[in-house]
Design a protein around this ligand. Structure first.
Ligand code: NAP
Length: 319
């Protein structure tokens, strides 16, 4: 069995919350490791340009911002293990033991910053055409649809931001939304207002995706089921929300019914010594800026917890 490497702080996930927690942990003098199953950056990597992260008045690409976050954390000796493979987290007495691929690390405190993943729509044909016309990432796959007609499903910030991105590449972008108004913020709605190759199909849902080997047609139904229509499209980008990346957590960590981790305002979870930061926790606003706030808060709380614990004085034992 691999001997676990001892560190002060383990952070699971290298998105904006995890890398910020890594920066703060390392700068506080903690031996800090961030484990990332894929590439560092989290959902920043799925975003073309980010215009609402302060300090970048002309916007910055998600990839560039992710690189800067990583560089800054590493500059202070935060160890970032990239493409570390899938993760398990166990608790043994007062230690957390994390395995990621063939690596095993242990610490007295850990921060879960594993973010979330795109939710599947659940329509017929979705699985068959995933990677053959259906995508969950316009920045990753938009180029395959240059000059073609595509659909975007959803009415939130992600759907509208990505529809605006696709409008620069594709011939026409249809937004399919199940209501008669968007959930998206005014700022994101504004992005599509000036696009003359974007149109909205209101009050409609996808019944099924059709084609031979590649997607060719989307069968739509009005929400009340009274009307059906076919929409010819080569691509469909699904943005119908997110699910938290928490499958590796034990039942001891309290979540809401949908799996989002519950924390207090100090970002403590129901398990002493375990903290959560960023999109993986239950919270209303999910932005790079709020993930950064979470990362710094979680690392500061975690560091205080560790110091108090080592003085045998946590919680509430200080005079
Ligand atoms: P979201 O806000 O949850 O929106 C999901 C959209 O998909 C909603 O319009 C919803 O319709 C629709 N939907 C859900 N299930 C559906 C189904 N089964 N069939 C058809 N439509 C369905 O998700 P998101 O857009 O991914 O955003 C997630 C979070 O990230 C939000 O907090 C958002 O503000 C944030 N975000 C911010 C930015 C930014 O500020 N630049 C960019 C991206 C994301 P209803 O409206 O009818 O519920």
């Amino acid at each position: 069995m691999t001997v676990p490497k001892n560190v002060d702080l383990i952070i699971l996930g290298a998105g904006p919350a995890g890398l910020t927690a890594g920066l703060y942990g390392a700068r506080a003098g903690l031996k800090t490791v961030v484990l990332e199953p894929k590439s560092p950056g989290g959902q920043m990597l799925l975003t073309d340009d980010i215009y609402n992260y302060p300090g970048h008045p002309d916007g910055i690409t998600g990839q560039h911002l992710a690189n800067l976050f990583l560089e800054q954390a590493q500059k202070y000796n935060c160890e970032v293990l990239k493409r570390a493979g899938s993760t398990t987290l166990q608790q043994e007495s007062d230690r957390f033991i994390v395995t990621a691929g063939d690596r095993v690390v242990q610490s007295e405190i850990a921060i879960v910053a594993t973010g979330c993943s795109p939710k599947r729509l659940g329509a017929r044909g979705e699985k068959k055409f995933s990677g053959a016309g259906i995508s969950y990432c316009a920045v990753c796959d938009g180029n395959f649809f240059e000059g073609l007609d595509v659909a975007v499903v959803g009415g939130g910030d992600s759907a509208l931001e990505e529809a605006a991105y696709l409008s620069r590449l594709c011939n026409h972008v249809y937004i399919i939304h199940r209501r008669d108004r968007f959930r998206a913020s005014d700022a994101c709605q504004c992005l599509i207002r000036g696009c003359n190759n974007v149109s909205v199909i209101w009050d409609s849902v996808v019944e099924k995706f059709e084609g031979d080997d590649l997607l060719e047609n989307i069968r739509l139904a009005s929400v009340n089921g009274s009307e059906k229509r076919d929409l010819k499209a080569n691509g469909a980008f699904i943005y119908v929300g997110q699910i938290p990346n928490t499958s590796f957590l034990s039942d001891a960590v309290a979540t809401d019914p949908d799996g989002w981790i519950l924390t207090n305002e100090r970002l403590e979870t129901s398990v002493p010594g375990l903290f959560a930061a960023g999109d993986v926790r239950k919270k209303e606003v999910k932005q790079v800026a709020t993930a950064v706030g979470d990362g710094s808060q979680a690392a500061i709380t975690a560091e205080k917890y560790l110091m108090m614990k080592r003085c045998n004085a946590y919680p509430g034992e200080v005079a």
